[in-house]
Design a protein around this ligand. Structure first.
Ligand SMILES: [Zn+2]
Length: 377
């Protein structure tokens, strides 16, 4: 509570959150938990929440705190290297294939037994544990009771029931989707102007990785306008419905360009690394490409859902307008119009739900546009 006798804060005062968690955006609860963990660490943490919510940054911050001789000053050489991911006692394990396999899990077990090289502890960060279903048994005992100088930080997008045994051995640190306002501030600190930051934040679904891709997506604004133009374009004919559906899907494809660019950079880096060690090609190339395909699919689904949300918002506005004009107004067909808007919103919501279930996008969008079209009269 503010002291009424004091109108302004004088002097810099103590900074409660050290630079360790600067990169964790809009997650006060998780940061609070991580700071408490840094003071009294246990053997294993499980940071879980949607992709792009800051789990990796949180893990690096906690690792810095655990490795720093001063408990995480945020400034010393140890902190800086831990935050940059280059400290030798911070080991980040990334799966090479579609999931963490048993051999990789065994390598983690071996690594956990080693002595730290510089610090008084070593920190093992294991990413994508939600996909490590088959290797859970191999990891379980070590995560449950690692050597005293080893701390595990596991990261998972979600917690499937198959992970229950591991989950019960860790302190859970939940991450939420990043709130829109925090995404906006974060983007503005990167030089994005407010209005654009606002629409990117809404389209990001609380994911910073997606927000970053959207700001480098030249067609983002045009794509939103395209969705907004749908209701006025549908004229009741099947031909126009098909044309609109086709255009929407084409521009979702075009929006994939920044992600594809990121993927080809990753493959180029891997190829370079393989060449340096004299390997004949990228090890597990197939799996990397499969992951890229999955990420592209997820991008498309999210982008289509965002577009559908814009569309649904327009019909909702229409419904509100019709309802507010009320029964006293003599709008011809007023009741019919509100009924129609409700059915249009339902059709869009249905399509949006179906998108997550491996449907044929093109058929789904065609059917939706035809349905909406039939409701325009
Ligand atoms: Zn430090």
């Amino acid at each position: 509570m503010a002291d009424p006798g004091r109108t302004e804060v004088t002097g810099p005062g103590p900074v409660p959150v050290p630079a360790l968690f600067d990169e964790v955006v809009g997650q006060p609860r998780a940061v609070g938990q991580l700071m408490a963990a840094a003071r009294r660490p246990v053997h294993a943490y499980l940071l879980h929440g949607p992709p792009g919510s800051g789990k990796r940054a949180g893990a690096r911050g906690l690792a810095a705190a655990l490795l720093c001789p001063q408990g995480g000053c945020g400034e010393c050489n140890t902190c800086r290297r831990a935050l940059a991911g280059t400290h030798p006692d911070l080991v980040v394990v990334e799966r090479t294939g579609a999931s963490l396999d048993v051999d990789e899990a065994r390598a983690i077990v071996v690594r956990a037994q080693r002595r730290p090289l510089e610090a008084s502890r070593q920190v093992l960060v294991v990413t994508d544990v939600h996909l490590a279903v088959k290797s859970v048994p191999a990891l379980l005992k070590t995560v449950e009771e690692p050597p005293p100088a080893t701390v595990f930080i596991l990261l998972a997008d979600d917690l499937p029931p198959t992970l229950a045994t591991i989950v019960s051995r860790c302190v859970l640190v939940p991450f939420d989707p990043v709130p829109d306002a925090a995404v906006v501030d974060w983007l503005m600190a990167r030089g994005v102007e407010r209005a654009h930051a606002g629409s990117v934040a809404r389209a990001s679904g609380g994911r910073l990785d997606r927000a970053l891709l959207l700001i480098s997506d030249a067609g983002f604004v045009a794509r939103q306008d395209q969705w907004r133009s749908v209701p006025s374009r549908l004229d009741g004919t099947g031909a126009v419905a098909a044309e609109v559906s086709n255009e929407l899907l084409t521009s979702v494809d075009e929006g994939l360009a920044p992600l594809r660019e990121l993927h080809s950079q990753e493959l180029a880096t891997l190829a370079e690394q393989a060449e340096q060690v004299g390997a004949r090609g990228i090890q597990g190339r197939r799996q990397v490409e499969d992951r890229h395909k999955r990420e592209e699919r997820r991008w498309r689904t999210e982008d289509l859902r965002f577009g559908l949300a814009i569309l649904s918002g327009m019909f909702r506005d229409r419904l509100v307008a019709v309802t507010e004009s009320g029964p006293t107004s003599v709008t011809p067909g007023g009741a019919g119009e509100s009924h129609r808007a409700v059915r249009q919103i339902e059709a869009i919501d249905h399509a949006s739900e179906a998108l997550g279930r491996n449907v044929n996008e093109s058929l789904l969008m065609d059917a939706l546009m035809v349905a909406l079209s039939g409701m325009t009269e």
